[in-house]
Design a protein. Structure first.
Length: 365
């Protein structure tokens, strides 16, 4: 594990920096992603209830970002608990971890980030203030490490893709979803910076339109060329030769390489394989879960029915329409051509690579 004292989160003093979560010295502050693209709104989360609600409601979203938010939520909860003994602070750590870690069940970054903060605080037995300090150092380190991981993912993906200049991506995997440039979008940013990108095809990503609302907004702000398409048009785009590679993110990777990601990812992987287009998953090692053997064991979050019955105040289906609304699906490892990670590119077969990946240079055991 990295020494938190050696790391600091990204400098967010410039108004041009997009950071979905930051610590303002006393509480986490997030960009409310529900308001985009119409408004760029920040929310200060002054209570654990507010942190949990922000994660559950997807005001903050993206596996790394909710891991960072959860870690800062642990610190906030400890501060608000105002424990007067070490034992009371340790009890608060356990209670906070149990509460925050289940706010969204599929992305592994949330539970592992919360657990890392809990362990750091639990290891301190000097005073409640020292426990809070250890928790904050660890949360800041989680944030900083993700920013560094994003940079390495971008470099690894740009090296891998060579002359593949037209990229299709799904959902949102960029600066709004991570501590840095993103996962799949970090690769896209690196290609663009190198002058090796012609166009990004961005799927809308139903039902909450993270591709349309967030990816399109972010790429446009960064000057990256893109076109938006409905999810159902992806097959036609692949068939017409408009795509050289598909790159998506990941919320949890099982030991065998099965991958949970935003609903619709599995269909893209099938389409890419049929059309002979490589399908890559980009993500940090913190999204890999060797304790989960296969994708069948990943808990898939189901979202409220009204997310499908309409959008915002507009109703697009009968109020009583029966709905199935899984937030994620699982793409079998056999459909994935490689994982682009902060430790480099993992190639199939994935089982051993997921269990014992190369350790990134900035992370010490």
């Amino acid at each position: 594990m990295s020494d938190p004292d050696l790391l600091s989160p990204p400098d967010t003093s410039s108004s041009s920096v997009i950071t979905p979560v930051r610590w303002d010295g006393a509480a986490p502050v997030i960009i409310d992603q529900r308001a985009l693209p119409a408004q760029l709104v920040e929310l200060r989360l002054d209570s654990v209830d507010a942190v949990v609600d922000a994660i559950e409601s997807m005001a903050v979203r993206g596996a790394p970002a909710i891991g960072i938010a959860g870690a800062y939520g642990m610190v906030l909860g400890l501060r608000n608990a105002a424990s007067d003994t070490v034992a009371a602070a340790h009890r608060a750590l356990h209670e906070l971890a149990a509460r925050i870690s289940v706010a969204r069940p599929t992305a592994v970054n949330l539970s592992t980030g919360v657990e890392r903060v809990r362990r750091a605080g639990q290891a301190v037995d000097t005073s409640p203030a020292d426990i809070i300090s250890a928790a904050l150092r660890t949360a800041l380190a989680i944030h900083a490490e993700d920013a560094a991981a994003c940079e390495r993912i971008g470099a690894a993906g740009a090296a891998l893709l060579g002359g593949r200049r037209r990229i299709l991506t799904h959902c949102h995997t960029g600066r709004l979803a991570t501590g840095g440039d993103g996962t799949a979008l970090a690769v896209i940013y690196a290609l663009h910076a190198a002058g090796r990108l012609d166009e990004v095809l961005v799927s809308e990503t139903r039902p909450l339109l993270q591709g349309a609302r967030l990816t399109a907004w972010e790429l446009g702000a960064a000057g990256v060329p893109y076109r938006l398409l409905v999810d159902a048009a992806a097959g036609s785009a692949l068939a017409q030769g408009l795509v050289d590679a598909v790159i998506v993110g990941c919320d949890r990777v099982a030991r065998n390489g099965d991958t949970a990601n935003k609903i619709g990812t599995h269909a893209l992987a099938v389409l890419a394989r049929h059309h002979g287009v490589p399908f890559y998953v980009a993500g940090p090692l913190t999204s890999f879960d060797p304790a989960t053997a296969t994708g069948d064991q990943i808990v898939i979050e189901e979202r409220p029915a009204d997310e499908v019955r309409g959008f915002g105040a507009s109703r697009t289906a009968p109020d009583d329409a029966p709905v199935w609304n899984p937030a994620f699906d699982v793409t079998p490892a056999g459909l994935i051509d490689g994982f682009i990670t902060d430790a480099g590119v993992l190639h199939p077969p994935f089982a051993e690579a997921v269990v014992r990946p190369v350790t990134p240079p900035s992370v010490r055991a």
